[in-house]
Design a protein around this ligand. Structure first.
Ligand SMILES: [Zn+2]
Length: 134
């Protein structure tokens, strides 16, 4: 979970603030819940285990370890692992041209989103540059 979310205690399930994270042990497995306390009422949101062991076994060929909602950075980790896998397949000629085109479009969208996040949108830059003294 990101430090920012931890400090704000934002539930990844419902988006509301939670009071604490509760851990429940069942046999060898641990499951996590975000506990919301509002006055006298208490609500728990299920966040899953730290890792989904059985589902992960089904994704062995992808080298993915599927994680519960407690790990907010899991999407980036999944992408990083899948990037290695897909890159090897592209380089090995195992991906058809249509799929390569699709991958290229996805990569461009991701680069654009990351650049916007770091530098603002291209539209905003264009507008601002028109008003910059030359
Ligand atoms: Zn919740």
């Amino acid at each position: 979970m990101r430090a920012e979310d931890l400090s704000k205690r934002i539930c990844p399930r419902c988006g509301l603030r939670y009071s604490w994270i509760e851990r429940k042990r069942v046999g060898y497995h641990e499951y996590f819940y975000a506990v919301h306390v509002d006055g006298g009422a208490r609500k728990k949101c299920y966040l899953g285990p730290k890792t989904y062991e059985n589902v992960t076994k089904l994704h062995y060929d992808m080298a993915l370890v599927l994680k519960g909602l407690l790990d907010r950075d899991r999407a980036v980790e999944y992408l990083e692992i899948l990037l290695v896998k897909v890159r090897r397949e592209v380089e090995g000629g195992k991906v058809g041209e249509d799929q390569v085109q699709r991958l290229l479009a996805l990569a461009k969208r991701l680069v654009e989103a990351c650049e916007e996040r770091l530098h603002g949108s291209k539209e905003e830059e264009d507008v601002l540059s028109r008003f910059q003294p030359r």
